[in-house]
Design a protein around this ligand. Structure first.
Ligand code: KQY
Length: 363
């Protein structure tokens, strides 16, 4: 049975490994809510199944699936993917799953953040979110991992680590009034360091324009390896992302990581502006909270990829830019196979491949 620990990972000698470290498993959750995924989520389910299948070729995958969707998911998913019955409110495993930490004695524990659907009653995307909020603990129990509950409202997509003591996040998200309004920036930084065993936090100002998570860092940048990051880029001065990416670049260029290094920064151009079509919007059941109207710009980004055992799995989003994105990723990860998968249906739900996956580091 998993214990709820009242210490911190840092105090116990645990830290979050980088995504480039060996992985034992990747968790995902099955999409089904018809107010986020068009046409009863069938196109999204096909996209999720392709992502799961591509990961499962190199890393075991577990898919959390509701009781009502179990037969459908089992039929649509490759046989290599394990289906686990588990209740969720939506399908963003990066944000509802645990962040695993490991130590030098080859032990693994889980961090269970306070999840409030990206903003709770102030700014959240749906209500209720109680099933999502229980997912991290359930997964920890399945892995027989003890659990830390730092009491911080946040999501896994709000952080990246280099696995060597440096954490990246955005002020827009973690200082948003809908997350931890009673904590000062210094207190949030201290809580992150304690919960993830990190020594340095690099705060980027804003996430990409129109990102409904209040600017998750995992849609703005990724880490290739300690000392090297991949930053979303935009050359069009008329695009709001032009300024956002330059602000982030300025911070990264001025930063030193936990080891005292300056960072090597690669730029990965975002797709040309993508918008929800009338046909796509017509297939979504409307609610008040999620902006899914025709013409809404999608927060599209190639850095929303997953690094997993020998592969990088990235979203195909724009036929004019996909090949350049693949080439840039191959240059950033020469030792890995770069796999591109159609991801517009995932993007329509408000995130991408990194957002729908959560890795379990190997021990
Ligand atoms: O960026 C992520 N990690 C998740 C995106 C969630 C979108 C909710 N509709």
């Amino acid at each position: 049975m998993s214990r709820i620990l009242d210490t911190t990972p840092a105090a116990d000698g645990f830290a979050m490994p980088g995504e480039h470290a060996p992985q034992e498993e990747v968790w995902m959750a099955w999409p089904e809510r018809s107010d986020n995924w068009r046409l009863g989520a069938k196109p999204a389910q096909d996209a999720f199944a392709a992502v799961a299948g591509a990961i499962a070729e190199v890393t075991p995958v577990s898919m959390a699936v509701s009781a009502a969707q179990w037969d459908n998911a089992r039929a649509r998913l490759p046989a290599t993917v394990r289906v686990v019955e588990m209740s969720t409110d939506d399908a963003w495993m990066r944000d509802i799953g645990p962040t695993f930490v490991t130590d030098a004695k080859d032990r693994r524990r889980g961090v269970d953040w306070e999840f409030n659907a990206w903003g709770g009653l102030l700014d959240g995307l749906y209500f209720p979110w109680n099933r999502d909020a229980r997912v991290a603990s359930k997964i920890c129990v399945l892995h027989r991992a003890d659990i830390y509950r730092p009491g911080l409202v946040m999501e896994g997509g709000a952080i990246h680590t280099d696995g060597a003591g440096t954490l990246f996040t955005t002020e827009e998200c973690l200082l948003h009034p809908s997350r931890n309004p009673d904590l000062a920036k210094s207190e949030i930084e201290a809580a992150l360091k304690a919960a993830l065993g990190q020594q340095k936090v690099i705060w980027l100002p804003r996430g990409l324009d129109g990102d409904e998570t209040n600017g998750h860092v995992d849609n703005l940048m990724h880490v290739a390896r300690p000392g090297e990051v991949i930053l979303s880029w935009c050359d069009d001065p008329a695009d709001p992302n032009h300024a956002i990416c330059r602000e982030a670049l300025a911070v990264l260029e001025a930063a030193q990581d936990a080891a005292g290094r300056t960072l090597t920064i690669r730029k990965l151009h975002i797709p040309a502006p993508l918008h929800i079509t009338g046909e796509e919007a017509g297939g979504i059941d409307p609610t008040g909270d999620m902006a899914r109207a025709a013409g809404t710009r999608l927060a599209a980004s190639y850095v929303n990829f997953l690094v997993t055992n020998g592969r990088v799995i990235f979203p195909l989003l724009d036929p004019d830019r996909d090949a350049a994105a693949r080439a840039e990723l191959q240059s950033a990860f020469p030792e890995r196979e770069i796999v591109g998968l159609p991801a517009r249906e995932i993007l329509l739900g408000g995130g991408n491949i990194h957002c729908i996956t959560q890795q379990v580091p190997a021990i």
